[in-house]
Design a protein around this ligand. Structure first.
Ligand code: PAF
Length: 288
């Protein structure tokens, strides 16, 4: 397994692979890899096949964090990440320094950003206004540096995946985007690097996100003609209010294609929610 730390080296290697007619499958991550990432890497390995190459990028992307967010304390575990990647048959780990991606101290500091202007206005985009501009920008850079024929993202970040699919389509990228299912703990909590921030008590209470998804499914299953989004939101707000330390950011019921909110929830819709436990903000989503 190669460890590539420079953008130029990554791109040179990727261009060679593409000249050799190999698939290049990227799994973009911010490191601190867990079972959720492992599932994405295994999927990438299957897509790449014997001749293809799998690249895992590990880059805590500063442009997707607002100044009040957790960029500085974002958990890191390079050695464990390398070990996991090696055990899963990754061909190259790409971990560039921030200065290589976003040059600052030079004649021509970085000044080009990519913005998706429709799907990114709701939910995470409303709560974290600069987040998706940072995500879209780094993903475009990674696609260029790795010459990716395929890219695998997690459904845990459903809105992010929808925006990347739209961006790749709008900007005519030849990269195929694959979205892999969320991996969950036995009690339903979605695997996330940020779970590491939770105290024991917060960890127990964090199952509220999954319980909200399940409660919505149960209500829609029991109703004949869909469920009022307003009433469902009130019901979930009561559940969240009863959960110690849980502070609701948003709950949205939406159409998975347009991400537009729905007033009547049907089986084909999705729920997404964000809840804070102290300084830790967790998100989850699911098909109803
Ligand atoms: O989902 C993530 O971990 C990040 O948003 C991504 C896609 C790696 C971009 O920094």
């Amino acid at each position: 397994m190669k460890k590539l730390t420079r953008a130029k080296t990554m791109q040179r290697q990727a261009l060679t692979w593409r000249l050799e007619k190999r698939r290049v499958v990227i799994v973009p991550t911010m490191g601190f890899l867990h079972a959720g990432h492992a599932a994405l890497i295994k999927r990438a390995r299957r897509i790449a096949g014997k001749n293809g190459r799998v690249v895992v990028s590990i880059f805590v992307n500063p442009t997707q964090f607002a100044p009040n967010e957790d960029l500085e304390r974002y958990p890191r575990s390079e050695n464990a990440d390398f070990q996991l990647c090696r055990s899963l048959g990754v061909d190259a780990v790409f971990l560039p320094p921030a200065q290589d991606i976003y040059p600052k101290e030079c004649e021509a500091p970085f000044s080009t950003f990519v913005t998706e202007e429709s799907l990114s206005t709701s939910m995470e985009g409303r709560s974290r206004p600069i987040h998706f501009r940072g995500v879209a920008t780094i993903v475009v850079i990674l696609f260029n540096l790795t010459q990716a024929s395929h890219a695998v993202f997690g459904e845990k970040d459903f809105q992010q995946a929808a925006i990347i699919i739209k961006m790749a389509k709008d900007l005519k990228f030849p990269t195929r985007i694959i979205v892999a299912p969320t991996v969950r703990e036995a009690d339903g909590l979605a695997k996330s690097s940020r779970n590491a921030y939770l105290s024991l008590a917060q960890r127990e209470n964090a199952t509220i996100l999954w319980r909200c998804i399940e409660a919505t499914r149960t209500s829609v299953n029991e109703a004949e003609t869909g469920v009022s989004a307003k009433r469902m939101r009130q019901k979930l707000e009561r559940l969240i209010d009863k959960t110690p330390e849980a502070n609701l950011d948003y709950i949205e019921f939406f159409n998975p294609k347009t991400l537009a909110p729905v007033s009547k929830i049907q089986h084909s819709d999705r729920i997404a929610l964000a809840i804070r436990f102290g300084k830790t903000r967790l998100i989850d989503n699911g098909l109803i």
